[in-house]
Design a protein around this ligand. Structure first.
Ligand SMILES: Cc1cc2nc3c(=O)[nH]c(=O)nc-3n(C[C@H](O)[C@H](O)[C@H](O)COP(=O)(O)O)c2cc1C
Length: 248
């Protein structure tokens, strides 16, 4: 299992081959064995296999090609709707209309998504997370008909790999693991920890193609820039209000 995890790479190109229902259900079953807060399973998984469904979702993901090309698109949602319905049926008053409850359900959703990832990869399938789910969550809510109490958190495209990309870098373990208390970083450590990433040919190309001076600028000025972050944050907060999670 550890060796399998060490082999992970995101797969963005898929063969058209069908992912068999039995295998896929086994992957989902294994995924749903993920630990979950209070065993409440505060998530739902929306499976999109139809071309129409994928085409409808694609613009919400800025038309990233894997959303239409993958045989399966999974949208993992933080879901208090089901649990609230159960509470109300059982003379129990749910108090889950707040941000903490949203975080709890979002954490549950991500844990199940990652367990599905591991299960899928163990069967030879490839997956790609699609993080744009939280950018245009409101549109995804409309398309997938998500009720009050449900918020899409992340998306996975799944299929048989049609590529075997080189693994991308990770920071050295020392850079992310702290013993006992947080050891803040010196200037030298930051330079050392990020040097491998900065000097990879793909990243050097990325910097020059984007006419930037540093790799960090590619992140701050292009990929994850402040104006986008602020705009999408506002939209997400509106979604949390609309879906009933902002009663503090
Ligand atoms: C929450 C999340 C969102 C992501 N969103 C996207 C995405 O929108 N498009 C994409 O091509 N890859 C996406 N990825 C994949 C990352 O780019 C990828 O995991 C990262 O570059 C490391 O590569 P690796 O998974 O091959 O190790 C996402 C990954 C995560 C965990």
């Amino acid at each position: 299992m550890v060796n399998q995890l060490l082999e992970h790479r995101t797969i963005r190109k898929y063969k058209p081959d069908v992912v068999e229902e039995d295998l896929f259900n086994k992957v989902l079953e294994a995924g749903c064995r993920a630990s979950t807060t209070g065993n409440m399973q505060l998530y739902s998984i929306i499976v999109t296999r139809s071309d129409e469904g994928k085409k409808a979702l694609a613009p919400c993901h800025f038309n990233q090609p894997m959303v239409v090309n993958a045989p399966i698109v999974l949208t993992f949602c933080a879901d208090f709707n089901r649990f609230n319905l159960w509470c109300k049926l059982n003379n129990a008053e749910p108090g889950y209309d707040n941000f903490l409850s949203f975080m709890t359900a979002a954490i549950d959703s991500l844990l199940v998504a990652q367990n599905v990832t591991i299960a899928a990869e163990s069967e030879g399938l490839g997956v790609c997370y699609v993080g744009t789910t939280t950018y245009l969550a409101g549109k995804i809510i409309d398309i997938l008909k998500l009720p009050f109490g449900v918020v899409p958190i992340t998306t996975l495209t799944v299929g048989w790999p049609d590529e075997h990309p080189e693994q991308v870098d990770r920071l050295p373990l020392n850079a992310v693991v702290h013993q006992e208390t947080y050891a803040d970083y010196s200037r030298e450590e930051i330079i050392r920890y990020y040097s491998e990433k900065e000097n990879r040919p793909d990243n050097l190309k990325f910097v020059s193609e984007n006419s930037k001076e540093t790799l960090a600028q590619v992140f701050t000025d292009i990929r994850y820039k402040k104006s986008d972050n602020v705009a999408f944050s506002k939209m997400l907060l509106e979604v949390l209000i609309r879906q009933g999670f902002m009663n503090q």
